[in-house]
Design a protein around this ligand. Structure first.
Ligand code: NAP
Length: 238
């Protein structure tokens, strides 16, 4: 039986590449996209490369959408072994690196947290019962160096805070699963600065490089780590 992975925000960028690399390893990869037409188009490209990829609709800000997507995957494939919380938004702006926390609107902060934190938490909750029951799971939260308290500075305040909170969620969820005794590993990854819609064309890394550590964490062996934050397969500071 191949393992099944759910990757959010996977119609483009790092999410699509994570799906591609997982499928190339023999994982049945679900390419989840909030716009199903974009999801189907991305899945068709990967299928044309001979990869076993299915597109499902999933808006991570909608409880109904999460419930329907998880139910459909479990009905079609039986279980979700791997969850990659990849979908995110970066809407601090327009000044980006210069965006001031003092100008941050509650609307921007709320919208950012809905997608970058509350969505991932809802997805973890949705897959947790199945993972606990089967005693196996891998959860990867795609975070960012922008969320590292060790190097916190100004710019992108809503995005930064959402990724710091996602890192906290990573520690909390890893501890909860560990207490339950099931082999469910939860880790966070910083993909580096990657050439995607979010990273822009000047970024230093390709999507192939950027996806590598997330895929490694998604396919960790039994003696692999849990509750850590990784870049280039190495532990980094929170
Ligand atoms: P991207 O190119 O902007 O892609 C983001 C993806 O998330 C898109 O597929 C987008 O869908 C989806 N998405 C946004 N809101 C969603 C929602 N409510 N429900 C479902 N999907 C939603 O970004 P990326 O660079 O690939 O980033 C992927 C992850 O890496 C993010 O967590 C990001 O924070 C992290 N990251 C990226 C970089 C970088 O340099 N690129 C660096 C550090 C961390 P639509 O196409 O419909 O908009």
């Amino acid at each position: 039986m191949p393992q099944t992975a759910l990757v959010t925000g996977a119609n483009r960028g790092l999410g699509r590449e994570i799906v591609r690399q997982l499928a190339a390893r023999g994982v049945r990869a679900v390419l989840a996209a909030r716009d199903i037409e974009k999801g189907l188009a991305a899945a068709a490209q990967l299928k044309a490369q001979g990869l076993d990829v299915a597109a499902f609709a999933l808006d991570v800000t909608s409880a109904e959408s999460i419930a329907a997507c998880v139910l459909k995957i479990e009905k079609d494939f039986g279980a979700i072994d791997i969850l990659v919380n990849n979908a995110a938004i970066l809407i601090d702006g327009p000044s980006g690196f210069d965006a001031s926390a003092f100008d941050l609107t509650p609307e921007t902060l709320r919208a950012t947290f809905e997608t970058n934190l509350i969505g991932p938490l809802a997805l973890i909750r949705a897959v947790a019962p199945g993972m606990r029951q089967r005693g196996y799971g891998r959860v990867v939260n795609v975070s960012s160096s922008a969320g590292q308290l060790a190097h916190m500075g100004m710019g992108f305040p809503a995005y930064r805070m959402s990724k710091t909170a996602l890192n906290a969620l990573t520690c909390i969820a890893a501890a909860e699963f560990a207490r339950g005794g099931a082999e469910v590993k939860v880790n966070a990854v910083d993909p580096g600065w990657v050439r995607t819609g979010m990273g822009g064309p000047e970024a230093e890394r390709s999507v192939e490089q950027g996806a590598e550590t997330a895929v490694w964490l998604a396919t960790l062996p039994s003696d692999g780590p849990t509750g850590g934050f990784f870049r280039d397969k190495k532990l980094i500071a929170w």
